[in-house]
Write a new protein. Structure first.
Length: 318
């Protein structure tokens, strides 16, 4: 088994960077393979220890991530750094294993309509695909992660059934995937929805290790994190600069921003092992690569005690 980071003390929060998968996936213009690897390597240097690095879906379905194997090759491995990749089926699992991923993530929507729209299959068919590739992960000694998309609401169906969420997690746990990630795919989570969902999962599956994946679509992504922390959740997924969402859909917003999240965690006394200055520098580099401003705010403002000289302000006004 690879050396996986685990939530050590109660003050340690594991931050999983999903920018190169969730963030880049919706970008139309191809981002060079070397740049993707460069960004991940820079984040490893900044102390980030968990990544959803890429996806082994069909290269035709997501051309942006067709270079998954090459990206994995260019990443400078370090003990304690977990490289996860999305895997849709047995074929993807074989490719992911050959690329030496540390963890394979399955992805199933709790909403039947979203599952059809996104994966082009039913929830049951997606579970069947997972059941087929899980033994491949076991064969290679690779850990499994089960992601539930639209876990807090579906843009087509509204509230999702908690029974669907529990059914999918049950299927994951049955095949040895204890790491469960709850995706707020279109930013419909609110603190009460998160509380009731996490509590229902814990009641049924107390051994599940829950991670929360929020999008900032309605501006309360970090409020949901605060609520998750109060619930004892110690793993969050976020994207550098807050990248994500379709750049061509007006008002669409991305994942919660990694630097803003880490800033909040450190200010609240949590440990992440991440150097915030280096992290912010990577986010500015991502802006440069994308050629546009990203929603992340810490990279612009800096630490709260970065003081401004009063003289410089007077001069600016005068
Ligand atoms: Zn997402």
């Amino acid at each position: 088994m690879p050396n996986l980071p685990s939530a050590g003390g109660d003050r340690f929060v594991l931050v999983t960077e999903v920018g190169t998968r969730d963030g880049f996936q919706s970008e139309k213009e191809f981002i060079p393979t070397e740049v993707k690897a460069e960004l991940i390597n820079a984040l490893i240097d900044a102390g980030v220890s968990s990544f959803e690095a890429t996806s082994f879906v069909s290269p035709r379905a997501v051309p942006q991530l067709a270079d998954a194997s090459q990206v994995m090759d260019l990443i400078r491995r370090r003990p304690g750094v977990r490289l996860t990749a999305l895997v849709p089926n047995a074929r993807g699992a074989e490719r992911a294993a050959a690329a030496r991923v540390d963890m394979m993530a399955s992805f199933i929507s709790a909403s039947e309509t979203h599952c059809q729209a996104n994966l082009n299959k039913s929830i049951d068919a997606a579970i069947a695909d997972f059941n087929e590739f899980a033994p491949i992960a076991h064969k290679y000694g690779i850990a499994l992660r089960g992601a539930v998309a639209t876990a807090f609401g579906c843009p087509f169906e509204g509230e999702v059934s908690i029974d669907n969420v529990l059914k999918i997690i049950g299927a994951y746990m049955e095949k040895g995937a204890r790491h469960i990630s709850l995706g707020d795919t279109t930013g419909m989570a609110t603190p009460p929805v998160v509380t009731r969902t996490v509590e229902a999962i814990r009641a049924r599956f107390p051994e599940a290790i829950i991670a929360l994946h929020f999008h900032n679509t309605r501006g309360i992504g970090l409020a949901n994190v605060m609520n998750g922390l109060a619930l004892g959740v110690r793993e969050y997924e976020s994207s550098f600069g807050g990248l994500g969402g379709c750049p061509f859909a007006p008002g669409a917003t991305g994942n919660i921003c990694t630097e803003d999240l880490v800033y909040l965690l450190h200010e609240c006394g949590y440990e992440t092992g991440i150097d915030l200055d280096k992290l912010a520098a990577v986010a500015r580099r991502v802006q440069e690569v994308m050629g546009r401003d990203l929603p992340g705010q810490y990279m612009r403002s800096g630490p709260r005690l970065k003081l401004t000289s009063i003289d410089s302000v007077r001069r600016a006004v005068g």
